[in-house]
Write a protein that binds this ligand. Structure first.
Ligand code: NAD
Ligand code: MG
Length: 385
């Protein structure tokens, strides 16, 4: 048992894949962590079940219709105060009793509630990457000004965070993000046109939500993660690299100026990174089996094949550009993936739609958050056409 007071957690995206892994960590560490708020978009029954299991006092369904239906059906326990609408997310992340907010909603909708939480002085565990790609500059500046922790929960960034803790920035040469290469890594490129949504939402190593699984296949995910790393660790684009690692056991590398490289290893489960962030700076027994070196373990690494991952190349270019290209890239990718999953466009049209959207909007740097949100809206409208 720990003597420290329990950390009070707000979990955005409680019913999703990261949300579910977080609940497993919470079940194992009830003496250290307490859930004081949960949010989902519209999965009311699943959210109500979480409120019952963890006695959660505050819940939000951001979808207004789902909220009204849940109110009517009375499926939430009486001790849970249920609110609805997207403004309710920011009210939840700024709850007076909360210490830390784990942001595990999917997409840039996480930006405003996260900024609100930072302004309210909450530590942030960040699984969501889209919000940093859109508003990284504003998030990093606010976190620095308020002195809150921004704990990287995405597995690559969590690995790097663990490798460089206590290292002076001048000792760091570069960061090398590992990538599985997705489920079509070994398919002949000419076969990719036939990829279906059902195939693109199955990942060989990780069990994740549909959007990030498609992003892993196209490697838009690694593109978003490069930009995420740029903001979290303050390195210029030319000091950020990607290497394919099909086993997903080495979660990333930090290379120092003397040529030494450190890595963090664990089996492919998000529970490791989630627990590291929630208990930080403490550690405790994990909820997953560890690597078993009595079994033969093979680790392979190779450079991504040129021409196979146009989304990754577009993200690199947007990041090097330095303006609001990353925001446009992200918005267009979110729409392209949604349209692919809705069978409106084919798999190979995802990068084409992103490229077309990037070519239609000026990537000049946005000078305010409002201007940035306007660019995000404009990019989404264009990508929907
Ligand atoms: P998911 O689709 O499984 O779950 C998304 C969750 O967010 C659900 O609870 C959903 O109800 C909620 N949500 C979506 N839109 C919302 C809105 N507008 N308002 C309130 N709630 C909303 O997604 P996931 O795979 O858990 O991924 C979540 C985030 O974490 C993504 O940004 C993803 O890139 C990142 N991430 C996921 C993994 C993983 O293993 N799943 C790993 C690293 C990073
Ligand atoms: Mg990742």
């Amino acid at each position: 048992m720990s003597d420290a007071p329990k950390k009070k957690l707000v979990l955005l995206g409680a019913t999703g894949s990261i949300g579910q892994s977080t609940l497993r960590v919470l079940r194992a560490h009830r003496d250290r962590l307490e859930l004081v708020g949960v949010a989902a978009r519209s999965s009311s029954s699943a959210l109500a079940a979480i409120c019952r299991e963890f006695d959660v006092p505050h819940a939000v369904l951001s979808d207004e219709a789902a909220f009204l239906a849940a109110k009517k059906s009375g499926e939430f326990p009486s001790q849970t105060q249920l609110n609805g609408g997207s403004d309710a997310l920011s009210a939840l992340t700024t709850l007076a009793e909360a210490d830390i907010v784990l942001v595990a909603v999917v997409g840039a909708c996480g930006l405003i509630p996260t900024l609100a939480a930072i302004e309210a002085g909450k530590d942030i565990a960040l699984a969501n990457k889209e919000l940093l790609v859109l508003g990284g500059e504003f998030v990093i500046e606010a976190a620095r000004r308020k002195g809150v922790r921004l704990l990287p929960t995405d597995s690559e960034h969590n690995a790097i965070f663990q490798c460089i803790e206590g290292v002076p920035n001048k000792h760091l040469d570069k960061l090398i993000l590992t990538a599985s290469g997705g489920q079509f890594r070994d398919w002949p490129i000419e076969e990719l046109a036939k990829v279906t949504p059902a195939e693109a939402t199955q990942h060989p190593n990780w069990s994740m939500g549909p959007k990030i699984t498609v992003d892993s296949a196209t490697m838009a995910n690694k593109g978003l993660e490069l930009i995420e790393a740029h903001w979290l660790f303050g390195l210029a684009p030319e000091r950020l690299e990607v290497v394919l690692h099909p086993q997903s056991i080495v979660h990333s590398f930090a290379q120092f100026i003397d040529g030494s490289i450190l890595a963090q290893l664990s089996p492919p489960s998000m529970a490791f990174a989630i627990q590291h962030c929630l208990l930080y700076p403490e550690r405790a027994a994990g909820v997953e089996p560890t690597l078993d070196f009595s079994q033969t373990l093979q680790l392979d690494f190779k450079a991504p094949e040129a021409g196979r991952y146009p989304c990754l190349e577009l993200a690199y270019a947007a990041m090097r550009d330095g303006g609001c290209g990353p925001a446009i890239f992200n918005a267009a990718n979110e729409i392209a993936v949604a349209r692919f999953l809705a069978k409106e466009i084919g798999y190979l049209e995802i990068p084409k739609l992103i490229e077309r959207t990037l070519s239609q909007i000026s990537t000049r740097k946005a000078t305010s958050l409002d201007a940035l949100l306007q660019i995000d809206t404009e990019a989404r409208l264009l990508a929907r056409r």
